[in-house]
Design a protein around this ligand. Structure first.
Ligand code: EPZ
Length: 420
């Protein structure tokens, strides 16, 4: 198993090119199930989760040709409609094939995704909405069995809670349904917006894109033709490297990034003392020598993203004062705290609220990655810790960061991928 060995840096400097967004790529790849034609997708990140979903589609019979950052997906040969446990257990987002397969074939089986390190993460809202669209849902032997022999029917759905993949799943199901579906309390994340824009450009009329109320006018079972497109940049990867600049107090420039997707993140970094120069596709961070403490509450987009919580918690360990971070989306997303405490950070937890007394000099040691974003927080801490930090179980990191150590090394970091 690989691990990352990180030594404190004296200075980082240069440009980092941001990859395509993992959390946009996953629903966009699942969307190809609705297509009549072979779909060409560009700017895909090289991360494990993308390979997992392409493997799932291949197992179902699709042709997936992934080269460099492009894939051509042909689902005309897709005949299987069962997403098995062996794949789903490795990636909960496999649930994203449920809506499109059910809409296209009238039946689908998906292994019920279990919980994960950050929380229970049920999919009840996905299932409830599909039932409202006329599907019969049965949970049997750990599998969701969904049938809709007469096709799905458009209706009014109001999510009890905002769910990102839930919104994507229902938008894709509604795309081939008969009639229109109005989805209220829908997610507004940029990743959902791109899915809606591509579907809208492919003949599925969608009103309210980017708002909390989406109306999807179904094609009544007619498959769609999807033109070639590029995946949006990864705002969470970008936010992570901005935190690398802030914590190491070094100027960095990110390219192939969409600044408007990072509003809440830039605002919090400004509160902590950094300033920025942005252009249409780049952001340069000008960090301050003194990092100020901050108060953060994680919420749905456009508020502060939960996927940036761990990175800011690591940054707050270097602030000149006390920061408060409240995690409102996932009930168990502070696993990185005990690892940062092992590096000497002064953090206390009270339920879903972390209090970080900053200004402590961190010391390098062996630390364990527990989930994707927690692992990136440990890397950030390693950049400023005395001595050597070895981050283990980086398969978590590889799920969502494209060549992180190479990108950091290219701007002067001392990060090496080694074998245990
Ligand atoms: C997406 O997960 C992202 N994953 C997550 O990123 C991200 O943390 C999350 O949205 C929130 O922004 C992908 O896009 C692949 P949710 P998702 O459904 O869709 C509850 C990363 O680091 N809920 O919006 O699974 C749920 O338990 C990952 O890249 C229900 O109760 O998250 C949570 O508390 C981690 N019932 C809240 O809603 C449901 O049916 C939000 O979850 C669905 C969700």
């Amino acid at each position: 198993m690989d691990y990352l060995q990180i030594k404190r840096v004296n200075s980082l400097n240069g440009n980092i090119k941001i990859s395509g967004a993992k959390n946009a790529s996953l629903p966009l790849i699942a969307m190809t199930i609705l297509a009549n034609n072979s779909v060409h997708i560009k700017n895909l990140p090289h991360v494990a989760d993308i390979n997992t979903l392409l493997k799932l589609l291949s197992n179902l019979g699709a042709q997936c040709d992934f080269h460099d950052d492009r894939v051509v997906v042909d689902t005309s040969t897709l005949t299987q409609t069962k997403a098995t446990y062996d794949i789903v257990k490795t990636m909960r987002a496999s649930i994203l094939v449920l809506g499109p397969i059910l809409a296209r074939f009238g039946h689908c089986e998906v292994s019920l995704p279990g919980g994960c390190a950050i929380g229970q993460r049920p999919v009840d809202l996905h299932l409830k909405a599909l039932e409202q669209m006329g599907a019969k849902i049965n949970i049997e032997a750990g599998y969701i069995q969904a049938t809709a022999p007469d096709g799905l029917k458009g209706c009014d759905i109001n999510f009890d809670k905002i769910t990102v993949t839930g919104t994507a799943n229902i938008v894709m199901a509604a795309a081939l349904a008969s009639g229109s579906t109005t989805l209220s309390n829908a997610a507004r994340e940029p990743e959902v917006v791109q899915l809606c824009e591509i579907l809208n450009a492919s003949g599925v009329k969608i009103d309210g894109i980017g708002t909390a109320v989406l109306t999807i006018h179904g094609t009544n079972g007619k498959l769609i033709d999807i033109e070639e497109f590029s995946v949006i940049p990864d705002r969470i990867e970008a936010g992570t490297y901005l935190c690398a600049g802030a914590i190491s107090r070094c100027e960095l420039t990110l390219t192939n990034v969409e600044p408007k997707h990072l509003g809440a993140v830039l605002a919090k970094l400004e509160e902590m003392g950094s300033t920025f120069t942005t252009t249409k596709e780049s952001i340069t961070i000008h960090p301050s020598e003194v990092i100020k403490p901050v108060k953060i509450v994680t919420q749905e987009y456009p508020a502060f993203p939960t996927d940036m919580q761990a990175q800011f918690l690591a940054l707050a360990t270097q602030a000149n004062g006390t920061s408060i971070i409240e995690e409102r989306l996932f009930e168990n997303r502070f696993m990185h705290v005990s690892e940062l405490q092992r590096m000497g950070a002064d953090i206390s937890l009270n339920g879903n609220v972390a209090t970080i007394n900053g200004g402590t000099q961190l010391s390098g040691t062996d630390v364990m990655a527990t989930d994707l974003r927690a692992s990136s927080a440990l890397v950030l801490a390693g950049l400023v810790a005395n001595g050597t930090t070895d981050v283990h179980r980086i398969y978590h990191l590889d799920r969502g960061y494209d060549a992180l150590e190479k990108k950091l090394e290219a701007v002067g970091a001392n990060v090496k991928r080694l074998k245990e």
